[in-house]
Design a protein around this ligand. Structure first.
Ligand code: 2AM
Ligand code: CA
Length: 251
């Protein structure tokens, strides 16, 4: 399964890169307020669906850009381009995300950032890797020394609870902050220690299914904003564990 996912995600990356190399000519539409979809999102999702379902015909398929197909107990959960706005602006921080859920549990995850040339992959119980090398969360023990990341899907959705107050509160207590724009990749960055914590609200399962498994397999905690263990896309908090209690107080 890991071999199949790797092969498919790398090929999907090549397709996405071809689109990004001719950005001025690609077709972009607005599927909602501040919510863009491009030819690339659609083509990559169609490719993922075709290849994954050809290999596993009885599995279900949930992607960001198309209607869900129900299947057996297993289901693919994919985001063809996570960080579409970064992609459209020719930036580096976007990724392709593939997760496999079996009997309600995410058991496989892969996140590939083609421009960074980084492939993160994890299997439940077997650890996580970046480009084949085992990864681990950071050793940072205090928020004062921490590099944290967040995102603002909530701002795009025009929610009143928009993360700005929380961001200000936490930013004041940390060493530094980043806002990369791809939740899938942000999760992986906690996994390999580039970030000590990441949180975001108002996400969807396809944004974080693979990334959260990768982070967890690298030693991260995955909770909601009150510390309840598990993956809650509407309020995701991922940390290296060591700064969890300190950041929870500020959430
Ligand atoms: P996307 O690029 O696939 O839309 C950035 O803050 C993160 O939030 C990205 O992972 C982005 O994924 C996601 N995102 C942005 N707006 C969103 C929305 N309205 N609902 C869910 N996820 C969203
Ligand atoms: Ca997404």
């Amino acid at each position: 399964m890991q071999k199949l996912i790797k092969e498919v995600i790398l090929e999907a990356g090549e397709i996405a890169l071809q689109f990004q190399s001719r950005l001025k000519t690609i077709h972009i539409t607005e599927k909602g307020a501040k919510d863009l979809v491009t030819e690339a999102d659609i083509s990559v999702e169609n490719f993922l669906r075709k290849r994954l379902i050809a290999a596993t015909p009885d599995f279900g398929f949930l992607g960001e850009e198309s209607a869900e197909t129900m299947g057996s107990k297993s289901r693919w959960i994919v985001d063809p381009i996570d960080g579409t706005h970064s992609f459209i602006h020719g930036q580096y921080f976007w990724s392709i995300s593939i997760a496999l859920e079996e009997a309600g549990e995410i058991r496989q995850g892969a996140v590939y950032a083609p421009l960074l040339k980084d492939l993160y992959q994890a299997e439940k119980g077997n650890g996580a890797t970046r480009n084949g090398e085992k990864i681990q969360t950071s050793n940072t023990t205090t928020l004062a020394k921490a590099m944290v990341g967040t995102g603002f899907a909530c701002l795009r959705a025009n929610l009143a609870e928009n993360n700005l107050a929380r961001f200000s509160r936490i930013a004041m207590k940390t060493m530094d902050q980043r806002r990369f724009g791809s939740a899938a990749l942000d999760c992986c960055f906690v996994g390999d220690g580039q970030l000590d914590a990441f949180w975001e609200q108002q996400l969807n399962i396809y944004d974080v299914a693979a990334g959260a498994l990768i982070a967890a397999e690298a030693g991260a905690t995955v909770t909601d904003f009150s510390g309840r263990p598990g993956l809650y896309p509407e309020a995701v908090l991922i940390t290296n564990g060591r700064i969890l209690s300190e950041i929870l107080e500020l959430m």
